[in-house]
Ligand binder design. Structure first.
Ligand code: NAD
Length: 249
């Protein structure tokens, strides 16, 4: 018997990095996995890695119609959603508040914060019907400090922590738990093709130099697996740094 036998896990941003590691880890633990990503090829690659127990769905978490279709596909295929990992996220340009463009602000908030809200909002009715559910949000060290990223990313991850606490509090008596992990720097594709604002990057350079504390995506997946499992049955509203001690300093 595996910890997640008969469970269904929906992971957003499952086509790469931390989300891919989560999809693989939940499947290894017995779950059927809905691997959702805005990039179809990446979602399909992850589903192929997982094998029979995975369904790849192309979905943009920042788009309400796309999210509705994602949740419909998950329920259509498996009939339930026990675990939701709101993991899809994008970097900002490291721009400071005076320099960030409204377009970058809007895009980052839409994917990192509104995206998590839209998926949670669409999945909650199913979890409430089931009387059971665990949500794990991928926030960031930038969710608890002001100097770990640019203004938009920082605000989006602080907001995601607020959403985590709101959901945890609201549904504590309904069998639904909601927690967040705060990854430190992790070896993924998130910075591929990124262009950084020079002034912001200069101020944030101590953070960018944190390479020696670089984690592997599987270390984030392990933490998410714990928070979604029965071993964490009374852990609700927890904001969990998974950063090798960076936030302890
Ligand atoms: P990644 O770029 O390797 O993977 C992110 C995936 O999300 C990609 O496959 C991308 O296609 C997908 N995605 C982007 N926008 C999407 C959208 N609108 N809808 C659906 N999917 C979308 O990056 P990662 O590092 O694995 O990032 C995962 C999460 O971890 C993010 O929320 C990120 O903010 C967070 N995080 C990462 C680090 C790090 O150092 N890598 C640190 C702290 C937090």
């Amino acid at each position: 018997m595996n910890a997640f036998d008969d469970r269904v896990a929906l992971v957003t941003g499952a086509g790469s990095g931390i989300g891919r590691a989560m999809a693989v880890a939940f499947a290894k633990a017995g779950a059927r996995v809905v691997a959702a990503d805005v990039d179809r090829a990446r979602a399909e690659e992850t589903a192929a890695l997982v094998g029979e127990a995975a369904l790849a769905v192309t979905a943009d978490v920042g788009d309400q119609a796309s999210v509705a279709a994602l949740v419909e596909a998950a329920i259509g295929a498996y009939g339930r959603i026990d675990v939701l990992c709101n993991n899809a996220g994008i970097l900002d340009t490291m721009a400071l508040p005076a320099d960030i463009s409204p377009e970058v602000w809007e895009r980052v908030i839409r994917v990192n914060l509104t995206g998590a809200f839209l998926v949670t909002h669409a999945v909650l009715p199913h979890m409430l019907r089931q009387g059971r559910g665990a949500i794990v949000n991928t926030a960031s060290e930038a969710g608890i400090r002001g100097g770990a990223a640019g203004a938009a990313y920082t605000a989006s991850k602080h907001g995601l922590i607020g959403l985590t606490r709101s959901v945890a509090w609201a549904y504590a008596k309904d069998g639904i738990r909601c927690n967040a992990i705060l990854p430190g720097p992790t070896a993924t594709n998130i910075a591929d093709g990124a262009t950084f604002d020079p002034a912001g990057a200069a101020r944030l350079s101590p953070v960018l130099a944190l390479g020696e504390l670089m984690a592997q995506p599987e270390q984030m997946a392990d933490a998410a697996l714990y928070l979604a499992s029965e071993a964490a049955s009374f852990v609700n509203g927890a904001i969990v740094p998974v950063d090798g001690g960076w936030s302890a300093g």
